[in-house]
Design a protein around this ligand. Structure first.
Ligand SMILES: Cc1cc2nc3c(=O)[nH]c(=O)nc-3n(C[C@H](O)[C@H](O)[C@H](O)COP(=O)(O)OP(=O)(O)OC[C@H]3O[C@@H](n4cnc5c(N)ncnc54)[C@H](O)[C@@H]3O)c2cc1C
Length: 374
């Protein structure tokens, strides 16, 4: 039997969960589906932690989205009484005179976001556990870390509390929504927030416009009783020279490190998630150079995941060209998690008649690759 909803949201990753939650708060009748379950291990949102920072260099659009999202994440944490955000601060470094940090300082100032420009002497006294010579540095005290997988699960629980029907079921689109278990779902709007699976669902439009790449993160063990790599001593650290980033040891999972370079193209459904030796070696080189105290730290855990990249890193939030009530939402491109709340609010606005943002439109999605959003 067909049931009619205001919106069917397909995909309970961070984009879909925030979309469903925002619509439900507005009193809409919503059904939310996920093929593998909210926060599942294949999903891009299924990791333990994700960084939220405001610095996007000269890119004011994402700085403001992130600023808005942080407010909404904090409201969600306050309303649910869940510790899903850790205000660790975020430290950015780059070779001296790097344009990214200079531009970031100006944008952060114009958005009223607290930040400090640090010199090498400040860095040595405040963060002696990081080896940083002749670098420019910027510090955001309000930024930090989101407990990603748990946040997505909590959002879906809240959705259900607000009356959203949540189903573990895989959807397909063919002039209507069908599921693998034989359901037919009718809704006023259909929001496909399927992250790296979007090209599988809409190959004719998205095959070359969203490409998933193999990415790896590692968790290192610190010495017994050593608090130098956990908050408050250690913030998030992002370096624009080697593309490395670290997340301090939160909830005793280990000191997380990743290198933000795109790996080979993969399929999220079948991706082999065994970490590779060359990436472990690459991670060790960064650790030995920047964190000599962790040079021989044991590898506690590793995770292999995927980024779902658009050509330049801009998100995709637009209508399907043939179906005006079908929306394509994704292209997180390795930086989307933090923006879940702002993306959810934006999608809800579109369903209420708002305008597609040119940078998020399908028309601006090229098939060549030139990463521009960092
Ligand atoms: C290693 C790594 C580190 C990252 N670090 C950061 C970071 O520090 N900060 C940050 O902001 N971002 C970061 N990101 C990026 C961020 O995690 C992603 O941009 C974001 O999680 C994408 O969310 P999504 O909702 O679009 O996709 P997903 O989380 O992948 O969700 C899509 C969902 O759709 C479901 N689905 C797929 N097909 C169907 C179907 N046919 N029917 C029903 N359901 C379906 C899937 O099961 C899945 O749950 C990182 C990503 C990775 C991989």
């Amino acid at each position: 039997m067909k049931t009619s909803y205001d919106a069917a949201v397909i995909g309970a990753g961070v984009f879909g969960a925030w979309t469903a939650y925002t619509l439900a708060r507005q009193g809409r009748r919503v059904v939310l589906l996920d093929a593998h379950g909210a926060g599942n291990s294949r999903a891009s949102s299924g990791g333990e932690t994700r960084i939220i920072r405001m610095n996007y260099g000269a890119d004011e659009l994402y700085t403001r989205l992130s600023q808005r999202s942080l407010r909404l994440w904090l409201r969600f944490c306050a309303e649910t009484h869940l510790p899903l955000f850790h205000r660790t601060g975020a430290l950015f470094t780059a070779p001296k005179g790097h344009p990214h940090l200079k531009a970031a300082g100006e944008v952060l100032a114009s958005c009223g976001i607290r930040h400090e420009v640090l010199g090498v002497r400040d860095l040595r006294s405040r963060f002696p556990q990081i080896r940083l010579d002749s670098v420019s540095a910027l510090y955001e005290p309000q930024s930090g870390v989101l407990m990603a997988r748990r946040a997505v699960m909590a959002l879906v629980e809240e959705c259900e509390r607000l009356g959203v029907r949540y189903l573990t079921d895989a959807a397909t689109w063919s002039k209507g929504l069908q599921t693998s278990s034989g359901r037919k779902i009718a809704a006023g709007n259909y929001v496909f927030a399927c992250g790296p699976w979007l090209p599988r669902l809409f190959p004719e439009i998205l095959r070359d416009r969203i490409r998933s790449t193999r990415q790896q993160v590692f968790f290192l063990g610190t010495a017994p009783g050593d608090e130098r790599f956990a908050p408050p001593a250690m913030p998030v650290w992002i370096d624009f020279e080697e593309g490395a980033y670290t997340v301090p040891d939160i909830e005793c999972r280990g000191f997380k490190i990743g290198v933000d370079k795109h790996g080979p193209e993969v399929d999220p459904e079948t991706l082999d998630r065994v970490p590779s030796a060359d990436k472990i070696a690459e991670m060790r080189r960064v650790v030995r150079r920047r964190f000599p105290l962790l040079g021989d730290a044991p590898l506690l855990e590793a995770r292999v995941c995927q980024y779902e990249n658009t050509w330049n890193g801009d998100f995709l939030v637009d209508r399907h060209p043939d179906f005006p009530n079908v929306w394509l939402v994704g292209g997180g491109s390795g930086h989307g998690f933090k923006h879940g709340p702002a993306v959810g609010a934006h999608v809800a606005g579109l369903l209420n008649g708002g305008d597609v943002l040119p940078r998020f439109s399908l028309a601006t999605k090229k098939t060549r690759r030139l990463r521009q959003v960092f």
